[in-house]
Design a protein around this ligand. Structure first.
Ligand code: FES
Length: 105
């Protein structure tokens, strides 16, 4: 199992476990993480699944492709910003820390 730590904007942390080969968005939605709407269902077309990967994990996770990069211009982009539907969970990601957007904007 892969362990993922979601951190809300107010600092609340959620430790969740997942199988590999689902996306970070699917995990966040299944676990009811606030601020992850995923309106397009994972098609890289809405940017409502935006998360920020913790700086300690950005190198391991990697960056966005060109399409995702364009979509990230629609959000409050920060270093480490990713669309969670484009991040497929792998065993090497266990322990990763993911910051959730502020649901109040
Ligand atoms: S769910 Fe729409 S871009 Fe990720």
């Amino acid at each position: 199992m892969i362990e993922v730590h979601f951190v809300e904007a107010d600092g609340r942390r959620h430790r969740v476990l997942a199988r590999s080969n689902i996306t970070l968005m699917e995990l966040a939605v299944r676990q009811g993480m606030p601020g992850i709407l995923a309106e397009c269902g994972g098609s890289c077309a809405c940017a409502t699944c935006h998360v920020v990967i913790d700086p300690d994990w950005t190198a391991a996770i990697g960056g966005p492709n060109d399409m995702e990069d364009m979509m990230l211009d629609l959000v409050d982009r920060q270093p480490g910003s990713r669309l969670s539907c484009q991040v497929k969970l792998r065993d090497a990601m266990t322990g990763m820390v993911v910051h959730l957007p502020n649901p109040n904007g």
